[in-house]
Design a protein around this ligand. Structure first.
Ligand code: NAP
Length: 482
């Protein structure tokens, strides 16, 4: 290897993989390849196509800071618009030629001082630097429910929507009450003959409406880009304030909690309101944003079922009260295995996989690296999500950090970098120490928690994330071949 010209492999051509590629090109690095399991770019925005899909981060904040888009049609951008945005960026920055599509990375092993990477189709390559840009929400969680395979209607996961299935006039069931389920309820209620949501746990809902941006506003935005910049700043501040509310008890947390409680109080029917009342603090689970969910539940032909699911049978879902809910279509809006992180595939020094390294709990050095995994950098890895702030913002900070590490290698300071065990231990201890004051540990189950109930989130503010990740402290890294 030439330490001055590392070969780089990126896993995933979603939001963070594309961003990393742009940064590499800006630095004049051309020797990199992106392995993408699917046939096109876009990650989660390619996979999720369910009716009503929107981002729960405002569009002007959910875009690369250097690539504003004056044409967003809504405050919360519809999924297809976001996908188009990423496709456009990939073309504009001429990234497609660097991407091997349809190549799912099956293993990445640190061998003889480099990463040996093999895809499911048998393609092999070697890289000096491995960047995992797979994102946390791409392994679908399929619920283990007795008899589910015997259902004779149409059944699919929310992230694998079957658009060949006719929905009009059908009896549709939705399992789940997360953001995906909530977002699809209003559009499904427009077409279904009957719509039933099967709720295991009630959600707190904050009623931020999805206002449309007028043509005039979009035209003005094109003419005066400062408008978009100011709008971005406004939402960034709003969401950063939210990032304080989730990590510190105080007036911000109480204000958002009050908005959620007031919203719930708007449900007049006492029985429905009771069913919708969570038994945990607002924001403990990732907060669901919707202004149309409660009104949808009040509609004729829409039901909320809170009896537990006993089993599924050919004609529908049988609940624990012995009732059979007959269905034509069953949507599994049951979320993701948010802790997959390529744990089996990535094998570091001494043949230790990430799974083995994390046997006693997921840990990282600043969510970016792991001792024993030289030149492995994770984007939006464990401990990345910062409140509800835009993951694009998070990823911009992390790619800036990774670029500094790559530059350090290119300058010949070392052949490999991996965070040392002591710095990682200290970071993890500080992180665990701070978790106690976050809202995520106040008593609920969510995809933020690992198997031991420890949040895999960033327990400090977005500002601290920006400050701590501004510059690598290379004394925290083992440097080989300096
Ligand atoms: P989720 O928040 O993890 O929700 C999964 C739902 O499925 C929960 O209500 C869960 O119930 C339920 N569930 C799982 N297994 C079940 C079972 N065996 N029986 C009954 N219910 C079961 O998943 P999601 O809605 O897909 O959202 C995941 C995350 O993706 C969100 O928090 C958000 O960060 C992101 N997301 C973003 C957007 C956006 O911005 N556009 C849209 C959708 C999703 P319990 O609560 O009881 O576990």
């Amino acid at each position: 290897m030439s330490a001055r010209d590392p070969r780089i492999c990126i896993i995933g051509a979603g939001m963070s993989g594309l961003l990393m590629a742009i940064r590499l090109k800006e630095a004049g690095i051309e020797d990199f390849r992106i392995y993408e399991k699917a046939a096109s770019v876009g990650g989660t925005w390619r996979e999720n196509t369910y009716p009503g899909l929107t981002c729960d981060v405002p569009s002007f904040f959910y875009s690369y800071s250097f690539e504003p888009n004056a044409d967003w049609t809504h405050r919360f951008p519809p999924g297809p618009e976001i996908l188009t945005y990423f496709q456009r960026v990939a073309e504009k920055y001429d990234l497609l030629k660097y991407i091997s599509f349809g190549q799912e990375v099956e293993s990445a092993r640190w061998e003889d001082g480099a990463w040996s990477i093999e895809t499911a189709s048998g393609e092999k390559t070697t890289a000096d630097v491995l960047i995992a840009a797979c994102g946390p929400l791409h392994k679908k969680h399929y619920p283990q429910i007795d008899g589910i395979e015997s259902f004779e209607g149409e059944i699919f996961h929310s992230a694998a929507w079957d658009h060949d299935v006719e929905l009009a006039g059908k009896r549709i069931g939705v399992i789940g009450t997360g953001s995906s389920a909530v977002q699809m309820m209003a559009p499904l209620s427009e077409v279904a003959s009957h719509l039933t949501m099967f709720q295991r746990t009630a959600q707190w809902i904050v009623p931020l409406g999805n206002k449309a941006y007028s043509r005039r506003w979009r035209r003005l935005n094109r003419l005066f880009p400062i408008l978009g910049k100011l709008t971005r700043m406004y939402y960034q501040r709003m969401y950063e304030s939210f990032s304080i509310a989730v990590v510190k008890d105080g007036v911000r947390r109480r204000t958002i909690a009050k908005q959620c409680r007031n919203n719930l109080a708007s449900v007049e029917a006492p029985e429905l309101r009771l069913k919708l009342t969570p038994d945990y603090e607002p924001m403990c689970k990732r907060l669901v944003i919707s202004a149309d969910f409660y009104p949808t539940l009040k509609k004729e032909g829409v039901d909320l079922v809170t009896e537990g699911i006993d089993h599924v049978e050919a004609r529908g879902i049988a609940t624990e009260d012995g009732k059979l809910h007959e269905l034509d279509v069953l949507v599994l809006a049951t979320g993701f295995d948010a802790h997959a992180w390529g744990v089996d595939q990535v094998v570091g020094e001494g043949g230790i996989s990430l799974k083995q390294a994390w046997a006693e709990g997921t840990r990282t050095y600043r969510s970016i690296g792991m001792p024993g995994f030289p030149n492995l950098f994770m984007l939006v890895g464990p401990n990345s999500p910062v409140g509800n702030v835009s993951l694009i913002d998070v990823s911009e900070v992390q790619t800036g950090y990774v670029m500094q590490c790559i530059d350090w290698l290119r300058e010949g300071n070392a052949r490999t970098l991996s965070p040392n065990a002591e710095a990682t231990r200290k970071f993890h201890e500080a992180l665990l120490g701070a978790m106690g004051s976050t809202v995520w540990t106040t008593g609920c189950k969510s995809w933020y928690l690992d198997e031991d109930g420890v949040p895999i989130t960033w327990p400090w503010t977005a500002k601290r994330f920006h400050d701590e990740m501004r510059r690598p402290d290379f004394s925290d890294f083992d440097r080989v071949g300096a």
